[in-house]
Design a protein around this ligand. Structure first.
Ligand SMILES: *Cc1c(COP(=O)(O)O)cnc(C)c1O
Length: 384
């Protein structure tokens, strides 16, 4: 990674000086007042003006500018959660009778939105193994309007070829959305490959301190404008200025935290791979990752979320997870603290079921984390 993200997160353009405040203040106001009927009417007609905080708020705006810059997009809009952003992006891309192609390992609630909830509006979704471009192509129908991607996926870390997917979709008039949460804007910028919309759960790396939630959609002004007028303002899953301020603070250290998560993730992955009872480690930073070349061609670094599979039954895996001290048991990831969860999913070309232990490598000393894993493996009876 070059110096760019480091400098972007540290500096504001300061066209709004906020009385010279160096950090954007929290504009804790639900509405904005005017000195005349005429000026209120002008504001009402001008997109982006501050009238009511469900539409626009200065603190949220500052975060949106920064996220758009980091992703290399024209415009961003923030939402109350990652799912708020995903729902808005998907709903703004389809109408009744349309068909969606979605990666089968995408984030669970996003899959449920497309494969379950949207059925009541007559929208059908086909789920495919996204690591195979031919399977994506085969799934396209004349009614397909959206290709939904998540690269890498967040349990088995399978990638999609973002350039090829964008080309395939564009040649058929199909819109593309990528969930880019795992890489963060520091390590992958899908818009540069021709993807239409990027979504992030800001609850994870961007916030970075497990103390707030948020989501963002980034893309061309025209697409974000549409989504702003409809899904954002009408469904109202908007980000509060307090959350925007916490996430802005998180962003200040995002590039240095990502370097630390990535280095810790690589150290833990290498340790796990050296163990005879660990059957496979899923981490795009490893030489052994089956899509290593593709990872190098579209990502410039790795975060600290990875998973592995180990011999033994479920009970043994549960004993291991229960025995960890630094890794606390919980869903979510991207914060300062290391986390662990035991999850079941399907993977590989045959989509076989498997239990994986997912680790979020936090900001602790990697050698302490490895010692913790070592003692938990021993306590659970691995290597006996
Ligand atoms: C957590 C997560 C989401 C959803 O974000 P929320 O802020 O929890 O709504 C979406 N995608 C991925 C990959 C996630 O990990």
């Amino acid at each position: 990674m070059g110096g760019r993200p480091h400098s972007l997160v540290a500096h504001e353009e300061h066209d709004d000086r906020h009385f010279g405040a160096v950090h954007t203040p929290v504009y804790d106001s639900s509405l904005f007042t005017f000195d005349s009927v005429a000026s209120m009417e002008v504001a009402g007609r001008t997109e982006g003006s501050f009238v009511y905080s469900r539409g626009n708020n200065p603190t949220v705006r500052e975060l949106e500018r920064k996220l758009a810059e980091l992703e290399g997009g024209e415009r961003a809009r923030c939402f109350a959660t990652g799912m708020g952003a995903i729902s808005a992006a998907v709903l703004s891309s389809v109408k009744s009778g349309d068909h969606i192609v979605c990666v089968d390992q995408a984030y669970g609630p996003a899959r449920e939105l497309m494969g379950g909830y949207l059925r009541k509006f007559g929208i059908e979704t086909t789920f495919v193994d996204g690591s195979d471009c031919f399977k994506i192509e085969e799934a396209f129908r004349p009614q397909t309007r959206l290709l939904y991607l998540e690269s890498p996926t967040s349990l088995f870390f399978e990638l999609q070829d973002l350039r090829r997917c964008a080309d395939l979709a564009r040649s058929r008039g199909v819109r593309t959305i990528v969930d880019n949460t795992w890489s963060s804007p520091c390590y992958q910028n899908p818009l540069a490959f021709g993807i239409d919309l990027v979504v992030h759960s800001l609850t994870k790396y961007a916030g970075g301190h497990s103390d707030t939630m948020g989501g963002v959609v980034i893309g061309r002004s025209e697409l974000i404008g549409e989504l702003n007028r409809h899904e954002l303002v009408l469904l109202g899953s908007v980000m509060l200025p307090q959350a925007a301020a916490l996430i802005l603070r998180g962003l200040r250290t995002l590039p240095i935290r990502m370097e630390r998560h990535g280095a810790g993730g690589a150290a833990v992955a290498a340790y796990l791979e050296s163990l005879p009872y660990v059957t496979v480690v899923h981490f795009p930073g490893l030489e052994s990752h089956p899509q290593r070349k593709l990872a190098e061609s579209q990502m410039s670094g790795c975060g600290g979320l990875l998973s592995f599979e180990a011999g033994g039954d479920r009970e043994k895996l549960v004993r291991f997870v229960d025995g960890l001290r630094y890794f606390r048991i919980g869903f979510s990831w991207g914060g300062y603290e290391s986390l662990v969860s035991l999850q079941e999913g399907t993977r590989g070309t045959r989509r076989e079921k498997a239990y994986a232990i997912r680790l979020h490598v936090g900001l602790e000393e990697p050698s302490d984390l490895i010692e913790d894993l070592e003692q938990a493996f021993r306590a659970a009876g691995f290597g006996e």
